[in-house]
Design a protein around this ligand. Structure first.
Ligand SMILES: Nc1nc2c(c(=O)[nH]1)N[C@H]1C(S)=C(S)[C@@H](COP(=O)(O)O)O[C@H]1N2
Ligand SMILES: [Mo]
Length: 393
């Protein structure tokens, strides 16, 4: 597309913050340290995880950049940035989480395929942009549509980055039309992140943000939107990001048996302690994040200091000083919740955290129960080992 360019190598990557932990260099995949992740409720752009499948695209002329809307619609259209900026602007606070978050821990029980991630392959941002439902109206698709007259039932987002999984073709994904055309689903074509224009790593000049859904569907560097009859047939919808049971291995896998993963399940992680941490005996603050998919709130976060035998409830908050109530209109429904509890630790032990969402969904106790060959959606109870000594090491 004129305006947006996909480099074929990594010689034109943007600068990145030195505190990021790099899990893969080319394509660039990195996450912040745990303590940095929970130092701010809205994640600063520099510390927001970066998950890429190819070199970062470049814009040579923003005036010429446009998104084409095509497929099973009456009047295909080219939309320029000014057309998208003319629509009402929304700011949606939403947590983006990679399905591979916590993959490294899953790999420890049995090897999985994929980039290793600790617990910070997610971040919470204020995304600014137009609602996809408003954009679709520009091509004659009314709000709350399940199908177009020509039989379109899915909305496919196509980028321009070159991914080896797509044999050098662009990254793409789709969501159902009824979600895309529902203004309450808050799907955005975002041009801002935390009040600033998107930067190159996060999709400049325009990206999709699908709140409550695994990050893989929030396509960056948007080039075109196609209204199609069946879901997108791209690699990342059909041959990746699907949840298989632990019995499936690379010899017996049949990708067609499972649906592409959309909503993410309830998740919670302790970020104030490392996997193995050394502390002084006495009071310890246990804090971290909890988040669920589909707009479900966090009803409870339980913390144990005896390896999961007994639990106490942690305090939850989104705004300091204001009590958080799951699913209340005053809460950020698409955003994570921070939790905190002070516990007394006198001897070496395992500290555990688990959350319950507003649909009473719970996290699995053991990682083995959700192990899958691609290592996605590790939402098992989060466990850290503490070693108690007289002095803080
Ligand atoms: N065009 C494009 N969009 C993409 C990707 C990509 O590689 N290319 N990665 C996806 C995945 S797997 C995730 S988790 C999120 C990461 O977004 P971020 O890098 O802004 O954190 O972007 C998604 N959108
Ligand atoms: Mo991802």
């Amino acid at each position: 597309m004129p305006g947006l360019i996909a480099p074929s190598d990594y010689s034109q990557e943007p600068p990145r913050h030195p505190c990021l932990r790099i899990n893969a260099k080319e394509p660039f995949n990195a996450e912040p340290p745990r303590s940095v992740l929970i130092s701010s409720y809205v994640t600063p752009v520099d510390f927001f995880y970066k998950r890429n499948h190819g070199p970062i695209p470049l814009v040579d002329n923003i005036e010429r950049y446009s998104v084409s809307l095509n497929g099973l619609i009456e009047n295909p259209k080219e939309l320029f940035m000014k057309d998208i900026r003319m629509l009402p602007k929304y700011n949606v606070t939403a947590t983006l989480q990679c399905a591979g978050n916590r993959r490294t821990a899953m790999s420890k029980t049995r090897t999985v395929k994929g980039v290793g991630w600790d617990v910070s392959a997610l971040g919470n941002a204020v995304w600014g942009g137009a609602k996809l439902a408003d954009v679709l109206e520009l091509v004659g698709i009314p709000k709350f549509s399940y199908s177009t007259q020509k039989g379109g039932k899915h909305v496919e987002f196509v980028s321009i980055d070159r991914c080896k999984e797509e044999n050098g073709g662009p990254y793409k994904a789709s969501i159902p039309l009824d979600q895309a055309s529902n203004p309450e689903a808050d799907v955005l074509l975002a041009y801002e992140m935390n009040g600033e224009p998107l930067n190159r790593d996060h999709g400049y000049p325009l990206r999709v943000v699908v709140p409550g859904v695994i990050g893989a569907r929030s396509v960056k560097w948007l080039d075109s939107i196609s209204i199609i009859a069946e879901e997108c047939q791209g690699f990342f919808m059909q041959k990746d990001y699907k949840m298989f049971p632990p019995s499936i291995n690379w010899d017996n896998i049949d990708w067609s048996t499972r649906r592409p993963q959309m909503d993410f399940p309830v998740q919670c992680v302790i970020c104030s302690l490392e996997d193995v941490d050394h502390i002084k005996p006495g009071k310890v603050t246990v804090s971290g994040y909890a988040v669920s998919g589909g707009g479900r709130g966090i009803e409870r976060v339980d913390v144990s200091v005896d390896g999961g035998k007994t639990f106490v409830e942690a305090t939850r908050y989104q705004k300091i000083g204001a009590p958080y109530v799951a699913d209340s209109p005053s809460s950020h429904k698409w955003a994570w919740v921070f939790f905190e509890v002070t516990v007394d630790v006198r001897q070496n032990t395992e500290i555990v955290a688990k959350a319950v969402d507003s649909a009473a969904n719970v996290q699995p106790e053991k990682v083995e129960d959700v192990w899958n060959l691609r290592g996605i959606l590790n939402t098992s109870w989060h466990r850290v080992q503490v070693r108690v000594g007289r002095s803080n090491i």
